[in-house]
Write a protein that binds this ligand. Structure first.
Ligand code: PLP
Length: 267
């Protein structure tokens, strides 16, 4: 298998994806979502184009937006770390080229309401702007918007095998959009960026739904233990839909947390 470049061994994964309802011409398999973000920027963003980016968020959005010399309009999450939907909506205008949404968001864990996602895609579509929706953690939140791909022509969803599948080292992800966008993105991406081992490993991983379900439940169980421990120590937390959370405490509380978690681990 290793003597063949991945481009020629993609059929296996793609045929399984077809069974999952993901049709080949709506799918681009990428070297993790990192490459998907880069390809989207390379395909659609020119110097000076406006990108709306709610912050704080995953660093690579800004990294590739800056490389593309975009004009980045950052919009702060609220002081309660909820998604600034109204601000995002009112900021979209005829200069907007791309709106970036991360559901749930890293590092805040914030979910975005489906209704708000639809309103944003709808308004962006009216202004010929694209929406990049990152669903890296969708297995944890249980919320996904794949069905919206067929309802809007300006939506690109990116996903990764790095999180719930635990395969970060393989560097595998994918983008889903309408066939025209995917065709354009494929032109801008390298046909050889995904390696054969990653393709085979992922094609086995996506068949093991029970493992992913078990793993996601384990994370939920651990998250509850962590929340309970943080509450006992009076460390302020925010709701999260991801497999991580933000807590704000003193150095002393942090040490108490480490001690408490070590005690739990011993049991
Ligand atoms: C929201 C989000 N998207 C994408 C990624 C990167 O995933 P990948 O390993 O597929 O590049 C991360 C990693 O932390 C992330 O938090």
């Amino acid at each position: 298998m290793l003597h063949r470049a991945a481009e020629y061994s993609m059929n296996k994964l793609e045929s399984r994806r077809r069974r999952d309802g993901l049709i080949y011409d709506k799918l681009m398999i990428t070297n993790a979502t990192d490459e998907a973000i880069m390809v989207i920027m390379n395909t659609y963003i020119e110097k000076g184009d406006e990108i709306i980016l709610p912050i704080p968020t995953f660093a690579m959005f800004k990294f590739y937006a800056q490389l593309a010399e975009a004009r980045i309009k950052e919009i702060l999450y609220t002081s309660n770390l909820t998604f600034p939907a109204k601000k995002v909506l009112t900021t979209i205008n005829k200069k907007t080229r791309l709106v970036i949404l991360c559901n749930p968001n890293n590092p805040t864990g914030t979910p975005i309401d489906r209704k708000e996602i639809i309103q944003i895609i709808d308004k962006a579509q009216k202004y010929n702007a694209l929406v990049l929706l990152d669903e890296a953690y969708y297995q944890y939140s249980g919320e996904e918007c794949l069905d919206l791909i067929d309802k809007f022509n300006n939506l690109i969803i990116i996903r990764t095998f790095s999180k719930a599948y635990g395969l970060g080292g393989l560097r595998l992800g994918y983008a889903v959009s309408n066939p025209e966008i995917i065709k354009n993105m494929l032109k801008a991406g390298s046909p050889y960026s995904v390696n054969t081992v990653a393709m085979y490993a992922a094609s086995v991983a996506i068949d093991d739904e029970d493992y992913v379900k078990w793993y996601v439940n384990e994370v939920k169980r651990a998250k509850k233990i962590l929340y309970d421990t943080l509450a006992k120590l009076k460390i302020k937390t925010y709701p999260t839909s991801g497999n991580f959370l933000i807590g704000i405490g003193t150095v002393k509380q942090t040490q108490q947390l480490i001690d408490a978690l070590n005690e739990i681990l011993k049991k």
